[in-house]
Design a protein around this ligand. Structure first.
Ligand code: C2O
Length: 419
């Protein structure tokens, strides 16, 4: 693929450009001047599945072997938690890419919620953290198709910001990108570290096969279901096929992987029963005093903040599932942005991702053109508060820890889930 003529759409670089063009405003939506984007929404999973499908078809065709299938990089299991050696052992291999973080080469264990500047920790601790992160993202925080796939992105909508993205796209997907690809300079990440260039690294395709595998696990083992919304089912995408001809496909035709010619090997899924645990405490917790949202926001998050947030009172019918909403998060799309979120924890430095008190993070992979976006981030907290023994508290302590250039935040609230 690397040796094909640059004018051939099956050329490796051109395949990478297909990804770039679909994520960085290379096309407008059909019948609308709005830009099209395959990230940060419910299109993430179907578009990337089709992208891998055609990449695989092209490989099969070029090597004249239709039994060839893409491998998956199972970063969700301890044996897979480093860059797979086939991509890294031989500098002359076409699978090698020099734009990977030199501090993260094997045997460094991946950090599935990595922030720029995080240093590698003890591998066994990192593995425990990663398994809890997987459990949290796939199970605790992914109850509905909107949680898992992302929110709706329909014809005529603006390019969606990261707040619309599904749980898995945000974490671990984005962090596998930035952990692998980002070299020290935050302002100019390339290859896996930025969306436009990410498919230039051959390990991209193995990373995304595992993201795609999460879709099948969520459906087959965790009781998840696909959307039945016609706007999702009938969204069309255009790709080049193995004959270098453009073809139009839609979401509804990629839902059954056996029709696309593959199914995932049934390997162990060690995170299924490794949930996060509350930090051990000597006595019941009393919350420290901290200001409320009205005194804190709006704020530019340039240092850690504590906020005491009131819980809503239940009245009448409707969902009793409580959602923590961090709202009005403003930043420039071209920037790497990340902050971590904790609940009912004063000593966040002593808290790890395998503690229930760590809710997760908000992060943006750099892409696009200069554009200030305004988005929000939600966490399901009912089960978390239950596990923390905080069911009867009328307020909670929320701590935000910045992990990047400052981002502006306009508020925090807790509300019941809207149906
Ligand atoms: Cu289209 Cu992992 O990105």
């Amino acid at each position: 693929m690397k040796n094909l003529s640059p004018s051939d759409p099956r050329n490796f670089r051109q395949q990478a450009n297909v990804h770039c063009a679909n994520c960085d405003g290379g096309y407008t939506q059909l019948g609308s001047p709005k830009l099209f984007s395959v990230h940060n929404s419910w299109l993430f999973f179907p578009w990337h599945r089709w992208y891998l499908y055609f990449f695989e078809k092209i490989c099969q065709n070029l090597i004249d072997d239709d039994t060839f299938t893409l491998p998956f990089w199972n970063w969700d299991a301890p044996e897979g938690m480093q860059i797979p050696s086939i991509y890294n052992s031989d500098l002359t291999s076409p699978l090698y890419d020099c734009f990977r973080n030199p501090d993260h080469l094997p045997p460094t264990v991946i950090n599935l919620d990595w922030s720029y500047g995080d240093k590698p920790v003890d591998p066994n601790i990192q593995i425990e953290n990663n398994l809890s992160i997987m459990h949290t993202q796939m199970i605790t925080q992914s109850k509905t198709p909107f949680d898992f796939f992302g929110k709706a992105y329909r014809a005529g909508d603006d390019t969606p910001p990261i707040g619309i993205a599904g749980q898995i796209e945000q974490t671990p997907h984005n962090h596998v990108h930035s952990w692998t690809g980002t070299i020290s300079d935050q302002t100019n990440p390339i290859d896996l570290g930025a969306l436009y260039s990410s498919a230039r690294d051959p390990v991209f395709y193995a990373h995304h096969s595992n993201d795609d595998r999460m879709w099948t696990i969520w459906l087959n083992k965790l009781g998840g279901s696909n959307f039945t919304d016609r706007d999702w089912l009938f969204t069309n995408f255009i790709f080049y096929n193995e004959e270098a001809k453009p073809v139009r496909v839609s979401t509804k035709d990629c839902l059954d992987t056996t029709k696309l010619g593959y199914k995932y090997e049934d390997v162990p899924i060690p995170w299924l029963d490794v949930s996060a645990k509350p930090k051990p405490r000597a006595k019941a917790k009393t919350l420290p005093s901290a200001p409320g949202p009205a005194q804190v926001f709006p704020i530019t998050l340039d240092k850690p903040i504590n906020v005491i947030v009131k819980r809503p009172k239940k009245s009448g019918t409707g969902s009793s599932e409580e959602i923590l909403v961090i709202e009005g998060i403003e930043y420039d799309e071209r920037n790497y942005v990340k902050f971590n979120v904790y609940i009912n924890e004063e000593d966040v430095n002593a808290c790890r991702p395998n503690n229930t008190e760590f809710l997760g993070s908000f992060s943006n992979l750099p892409h696009g053109h200069q554009m200030i976006v305004n988005t929000s981030k939600t966490f399901r907290i009912s089960q978390v508060l239950e596990e923390l023994g905080a069911r009867d508290y009328d307020k909670v302590l929320v701590t935000l820890i910045p992990k990047s250039n400052p981002v502006k935040i306009n508020g925090i609230k807790i509300e019941f889930e809207k149906s």
